[in-house]
Design a protein around this ligand. Structure first.
Ligand SMILES: NC(=O)c1ccc[n+]([C@@H]2O[C@H](COP(=O)([O-])OP(=O)(O)OC[C@H]3O[C@@H](n4cnc5c(N)ncnc54)[C@H](O)[C@@H]3O)[C@@H](O)[C@H]2O)c1
Ligand SMILES: O=c1ccn([C@@H]2O[C@H](COP(=O)(O)OP(=O)(O)O[C@H]3O[C@H](CO)[C@@H](O)[C@H](O)[C@H]3O)[C@@H](O)[C@H]2O)c(=O)[nH]1
Length: 343
């Protein structure tokens, strides 16, 4: 299939691009590189660098060529940041998605995959697995922005026949098991990469936000899903979209507290991880764990890397090899090329 991927230079998007290429699909990427890296996508695929606020640029790409599927990852995606910049998050995520959805619908795209989120469910305290039909109650403007986009997709289906999959990811984590890609955010705010950096001595200590949540050890519980398993789910879902639109919760169904993540990082690395308590972070729900029965049942997908130790291990391996992330990789490539040129 001919796939157009927005946000393909980012963490999840780059792993999905690799999965699509591995499965033999043709891929092109749109990304403004605001949080992504050029080095995270292969040199030999087409890359359009622009911001999705530019509706004209999107229209040109969709009007000039026929795409079998569009996968939309590009977004602002930090729960806490959205609590400080609510209207920026609501506007930016909704308008960029709407520009893309409209261009896809009017140019006859038939399949669309959208990165939605578990943050849709954070507004209500839940202490059991979250089913696909759970009531949406966002805990942050970020979560709300994703729900607005899901609703726009419902109308794109009803009026234009554009089938879509809204995949409500729980916490993406880990790195490509082949070592080609990893998680790289600047600044990093996610628990597992921060814990890995701390245990490797790249950061002084880890702050654990809140110890008074109503959970087994007082810290928040999250469902960590390996990014390669996420990628695999996208590829399976695309094949379903001929007939109908779908919405799936996408996680492992296993919840780990923040302290259990710290313990896993210590266990896997064999080192002590220095950490301290810090106050609760705004917008954080106590517990988010997926019931992903429906996607398993309907697509045959199941996670291959569900163990928290394996998730941490791949993140750790990536960081050990690339302590300075993609920027360093680019420099290494330049260095390599300059040596080749000299020779
Ligand atoms: N990482 C997670 O745990 C997680 C969980 C649930 C949902 N999601 C969703 O998955 C998607 C990918 O998340 P991620 O962690 O890979 O984020 P990321 O920041 O690593 O990737 C986002 C990519 O989109 C690009 N981008 C952002 N705004 C853009 C714009 N206006 N125009 C063009 N390109 C733009 C960035 O440069 C980056 O390459 C997001 O939509 C996020 O909301 C992520
Ligand atoms: O230095 C840190 C960083 C995080 N945490 C905690 O770790 C947990 C997980 O936080 P984080 O890794 O930042 O992920 P989330 O805030 O859960 O959000 C991620 O997962 C959501 C789905 O659950 C997605 O929608 C978001 O885009 C993605 O950033 C939370 O309890 C945080 O308070 C800490 O205690 N210390």
């Amino acid at each position: 299939m001919k796939c157009l991927v927005t946000g393909g230079a980012g963490y999840v998007g780059s792993h999905v691009v690799a999965g699509l290429l591995d499965a033999g699909h043709e891929v092109a990427v749109i990304d403004n590189l605001s949080t992504g890296y050029r080095a995270a996508i292969p040199n030999d695929i087409r890359f359009f660098q622009f911001d999705l606020l530019d509706a004209e640029a999107i229209n040109q790409i969709l009007a000039n060529e026929k795409w079998d599927v569009v996968l939309h990852f590009a977004a602002l995606s930090l729960v806490n940041e959205s609590m400080c910049k609510p209207f920026y998050y609501l506007r930016q995520n909704y308008i960029t998605a709407l520009n893309l959805i409209e261009a896809c619908a009017i140019n006859g795209v038939k399949r669309f995959v959208f990165s939605s989120t578990a943050a849709l469910f954070g507004g209500k305290e839940r202490f059991s697995l979250i089913p696909d039909d759970a009531r949406v109650e966002a805990s942050s403007p970020y979560g709300e922005s994703k729900f607005l986009i899901e609703r726009a997709l419902v109308w794109a289906d009803q009026i234009y026949g554009m089938r879509s999959a809204s995949l409500r990811y729980f916490n993406a984590a880990g790195a490509d098991p082949l070592g080609r890609l990893g998680e790289e955010h600047t600044p990093e705010t996610h628990l597992i990469p921060l814990a890995v950096d701390t245990v490797l001595g790249l950061r002084r200590n880890l702050k654990i936000f809140g110890n008074d949540y109503p959970t087994r050890d007082g810290t928040c519980i999250r469902d960590y899903i390996h990014v390669t398993d996420l990628a695999e789910a996208h590829i399976r879902v695309i094949e379903l979209l001929d007939h109908r639109s779908v919405t799936y919760n996408l996680g492992n169904g296993l919840g780990f507290t923040n302290m259990e993540v710290v313990q896993a990082v210590e266990r896997v690395s064999g080192r002590k991880l220095p950490w301290d308590w810090a106050p609760r972070r705004k917008g954080d729900p106590s517990m988010l764990v997926a019931d992903s029965t429906l996607i398993r049942w309907e697509t045959g997908w199941s996670p291959r890397y569900s163990s928290i130790d394996v998730i941490v291990e791949t993140a750790l391996q990536w960081r050990k090899k690339h302590p300075h992330g993609y920027e360093k990789l680019v420099n290494e490539c330049d260095l390599y090329n300059s040596i080749l040129i000299k020779d």
